[in-house]
Design a protein. Sequence first.
Lengths: 412, 412
Amino acid sequence: MLTSEIIAIGSELLTPFHTDTNSLWLTEKLNSVGIDVKLKTIVGDDEARLEEVLKDALQRSQVIISTGGLGPTEDDITRKVFSRVLKRPLILHEDILANIRHLFESRGFPMALNNERQALILQNAQVLNNPRGTAPGMFIIDSDKRIVMLPGPPREMKPMFEEQVLPNLQKLSHGLRVKRKVLKVSGMGESAVDALIAPIYSKYKNPTTTILFNRTEVQIHLTASGSTDKEVERLLEELSNKLEEKLGANVFSVQGESLEEIVGRWLAVKQFTIATAESCTGGLIATRLTDIAGSSRYFLQGLVTYSSQAKIDLLGVSADLIEEKGVVSAEVAEAMAIGVKKKSGATFGVSVTGLAGPDGGTPEKPVGLVYIGLASDVEVTHKKLQLPGDRERVRWLASTVALDLVRRRYLL
Amino acid sequence: MLTSEIIAIGSELLTPFHTDTNSLWLTEKLNSVGIDVKLKTIVGDDEARLEEVLKDALQRSQVIISTGGLGPTEDDITRKVFSRVLKRPLILHEDILANIRHLFESRGFPMALNNERQALILQNAQVLNNPRGTAPGMFIIDSDKRIVMLPGPPREMKPMFEEQVLPNLQKLSHGLRVKRKVLKVSGMGESAVDALIAPIYSKYKNPTTTILFNRTEVQIHLTASGSTDKEVERLLEELSNKLEEKLGANVFSVQGESLEEIVGRWLAVKQFTIATAESCTGGLIATRLTDIAGSSRYFLQGLVTYSSQAKIDLLGVSADLIEEKGVVSAEVAEAMAIGVKKKSGATFGVSVTGLAGPDGGTPEKPVGLVYIGLASDVEVTHKKLQLPGDRERVRWLASTVALDLVRRRYLL
């Protein structure tokens, strides 16, 4: 595999407030054409340090991608330093200057003089047009090295790289194709997933398998390489099928969809509808369901019944039941689900009652205790959970289990 | 100011899935004792490259902090490479080994042999204890350099750095004190804020001022340095007061609180209550209000009335009004706010109706058109918005304006 490195330039990236997210996107794209990222450097608007970093990079990597530092101010040092290190003078391109001037005039401003800098191009560099901003990028072939200078703003950088750089780099890697497939899993922890599927994936060197956990779900990333798309897809398909067979209904998505998308799609296709009654999740299930465009087809209403009185008034839960069983109980969860289904006329009523904390727990009913209720025409069920973590995590996990409970209905 | 650099070690940090978040936290802490971060490098489990990076770092920085690569496997190269570059042999510490062995036994596992590696310490390094994991860190004084090796997992790294490293580094910077204060602003864009306050803050070299926008709010970061806490606080206070005076009611927080915290605190203090009626925000306002621990004191109920029928059934909005004015209208927003206030008995009813998109817009009512309603005992008002961005952004901005509208009630 070809090796590359990424240099992110800008003092704002060395503060506690900014992380370099450009490089994640670039890594994904470089990997997809068979180029490995071996190093990332984040350097401020600091000529001496950038010069040293660039010299090192030229020693060890075949492809060098920089982002940022191409603006019009004194702080924007990329052009100057790359010119010096690569020993290529900066040459003013009149046509680029005319473009920049035109852009300012069309916005009704005169062009400040320092913008002229953005029309300076390293000798023999290929100009990368920037229809979304003023600073053009550059692509340089220097013996066996490829050096790419991109602007910092993602909305300028991404299309420029994808349209004007990636096709060139793809040729460089002799048509090596790399593809990823992501399986998303619910209802199991990271290590349980690994224990179950390691005996299968460890037999494969290609694809490689990585198991990740984000706050939403466990993800299994398969990465395959080969000389044709068809070959790569076949490799992914073979391992993916084996893993899906092993994991069964726990795999909820194989094309990157979120849980709420998967649930929404099924409800829409079946012409089913849903309504929610939430206590400790405070509207999070409704928010997630309605995150999806077109959710008005299946989402009828959501009730956030935070107080006991609201559960009685809005959902028709009996005050005696709350008194007898407690507001955090299987019986109240089921009564809430029945109540919201009846009230809304939806196919499914889903409910949550629980203790998100940090206060309010007792030895019998500790923080993290959550009941999910689900009511349909044929049955009413509940699920009891004891969830770990802080308030935010308990709420998020509870909303995830609730959505997953709906999803698992259609597997029956 | 002293200069430092951070080296994050681990091949997983060179994938598209992981960003180095440790370094943001470390930057904040280093800045707080007057140490600047001048460079960050992310390197894989790659001895040659790490060696080169470390040698460069020793040339140019006074403080070098590494994270990661201290585990028990072959991939964990930090110990080996640092030993070689610093020319300090690795020495087995029997007491650390005994600790690690004990940790495994107490968990009921025998210790795998490769864990012995974690008891290897560079000659004359100070051992940094790791009560939350197996790998100890190291602190090395090498002529005028300080080299700190920390484990990668944040829950091990952070307390180790804060308790065992930071006090040492603070001495190094001769007691220089650096503090930050953050003002959060609503109801104005980043450039409007800058235009208003630049004439004030540009007169100050200390504190320095940075204006940031995240999806939640505009933030004004003031950073001051001095030789005593008192002096630094006085510097922050002086500029902060001037900016607050200029920005007036647009400043909603001066101690890091979120908008929902500020609103919640006011409602709780006044013993007021609130209820929500949401259409396009789908429960997001309720979710944000109930994110705050103790919100059950003031949050009574939330209704997500996504369909027109739900607005009629649950909120008592008249079908004729919806027919006449359209469901996205000032009149319906106000009727929703009145409806939920009446239904719940809350002090305030707040409502949202709008078009979050991407579909459903018309020339008269384009995507992004949102009406917020607010009903109290004394008046009913609404606010019309035309919001930019995609579905997620429109929903988020609408929920923010709704919360801010409640906040601004108490300024009257």
